[in-house]
Design a protein around this ligand. Sequence first.
Ligand code: GCW
Length: 684
Amino acid sequence: MKKQLLTLLFSACLINAYAEDGSRLWLRADTTAQATVTANRQSPVIAVAVKELQTQWRGAPVQLLIAGTKAAQTLGSDGYTIAGNPQTGVTLTAAAEQGLLYGAYHLLRLQETGALAGNINITEKPGYERRILNHWDNLDRSIERGYAGRSLWEWEKLPDTLSPRYREYARANASIGINGSVLNNVNANPQILSGEYLAKVKAIADVFRPYGIKVYLSVNFASPKTLGGLPDADPLNREVIQWWKNKVKEIYALIPDFGGFLVKANSEGQSGPQDYGRTHADGANMLADALKPYKGIVMWRAFVYSPTSEDRAKQAYQEFVPLDGQFRDNVIIQIKNGPVDFQPREPFSPLFGALQHTQEMIEFQITQEYLGFSNHLVYLAPLFKETLDSDTYAGGQGATVAKITNGALRPAKVTAIAGVANTGDSVNWCGHHFAQANWYAFGRLAWNSELSAEQIAEEWLKMTFTADENFVRPAADLMLASREACVNYMMPLGLHHIFSFNAHYGPQPWGYFPGGRMDWMPVYYHKADSAGVGFDRSKTGSNAVSQYFQPLGDLYGDIDRCPENLLLWFHHAAWTHKMKSGNSLWDELCYRYDSGVRQARDLQKAWDRLERHIDAERFDQVQAKLQIQAKDAVWWKDACLLYFQTFSKMPIPYEIERPVHRLDDLYKVWFRQEDVLNNNYCIK
Ligand code: GCW
């Protein structure tokens, strides 16, 4: 009896050998397999692929082949084929070592998601050549718009001490096909280019290399002046050009496979070529020339705008379209998915497709700056896909943002996609267990933008929690509903940027601070008055619609045909404007906010039903976050409806739940980002 009890206890301990604290992400496979794995070449990257399979693959022997055949060459450096049968033997073939690494992770994913059935015959090649995370991490280890603790990069201990997390991070990225990491904030500290910091960067790059991850750096355009001591940073100044050449040489001596630079110039106070009367092309090309001999690239951001009388949504297009064709072939323009700034819903940026002779890449935000931080469960694959699948009509129908940027329609020397990372040093990496899904989804879509949001959710759930269908089905539904829920309780019908000033958390549609920048004020974006609400970007307004190709420009510009989910993005609509439902705009707004609240509560209900399928630790943590989300949803609804009602003067439809807050109290709510992170913001 005693012996039996001991055995029972012992096996219970084995099962629970790992705490389910989220630290293992989606990589929770049992690592005690002893598979037979052979390879026809040796290299550090291939060694990783072999080891992953040896320890996790529970099928017949696997053979890894680097092949020089024509067929293999068409796979590029990252593609692969998987052929065979788990019972009799499997062969992974690729033209290069990275292909074998990605093939190995693919095979393991099939196993872990229960998708191995009979013969395997798979050929894969990524959509984008460079699949990159952008870290907005500062050298003091704070993270701009980071909601999961401090930076993963322990600058103070580098280069001598290497956190085990560097390898785990690289492994997680490799497992989903991410192959690049920009380590530091685009608001870049020039010190990153000092000898001291480059030695630290090299130490990280060395850890990442066997996982196929290239390191990139954000650079401050003024570095030659601030770090190098030159009188200016004018891109046409010979001394400046030489300074960058020397710096690039120094970097490549340390990191031979360094990826290149990411640059935020002449934006939000950052210096740039315009400080010297030069153009973005002058600045980007100067850096590109320095990087060219080493095959490095420049990712030059299009996120530029200034507080002029011009509509902020139009400015990037106005700035860059005149420069089309002037950029070097190792420059790529990095464009945020929408024309303003990572809002819960935006139309795609009209720059996609408009630059016809310049390489374009897309930037998404994985960290939830405008989506409830790591407090709200908002699965972002539907948002990412909405942009990637949008038809720009550049050169005719079918020119989706994905096809414009991944080289399918416009052959490009460089193709790339970036996501602003949501990682930090918190135990579960992302602050919210479900925020991990957004990191995962970004990687999977960067590899193949045609995957569905549903398929990605299911894969992730199976690997992260359990493959039990009784869990996976409802949990996937919950994830898929979450983005639209968030749009509804925050900013339905095309409303945007009505967040609390600076923190970007919680509602503050009344936000207006005399003397501050108008284009940072919520009132600038919704323009509510007694007649109606919304930003008129039609021909009678800012005419931002003219930046879209036809027939989109006309469609967006026509208040009766504009998709209703973007109505108030493009139009100042009357409170009485008749919606497709037959409701007035005011009533519709009320119903949307109300349904957002109900959807947030539905997320809670759906989650509670799943309790028995998963571990208590993660269940409880997600449950606690969903409570915050549901409360915040009510706060959003009350704040927005009560405030907009001061203009519409119309009643809130009687069947809708009554406000539980008073507007006067909500006006007084004031907090900082830290207060939200410490769950210390109070709404009366
Ligand atoms: O969304 C805004 C953020 C800034 C950010 C900027 C950018 C890194 O509020 O924090 O700065 O975008 O993308 O450059």
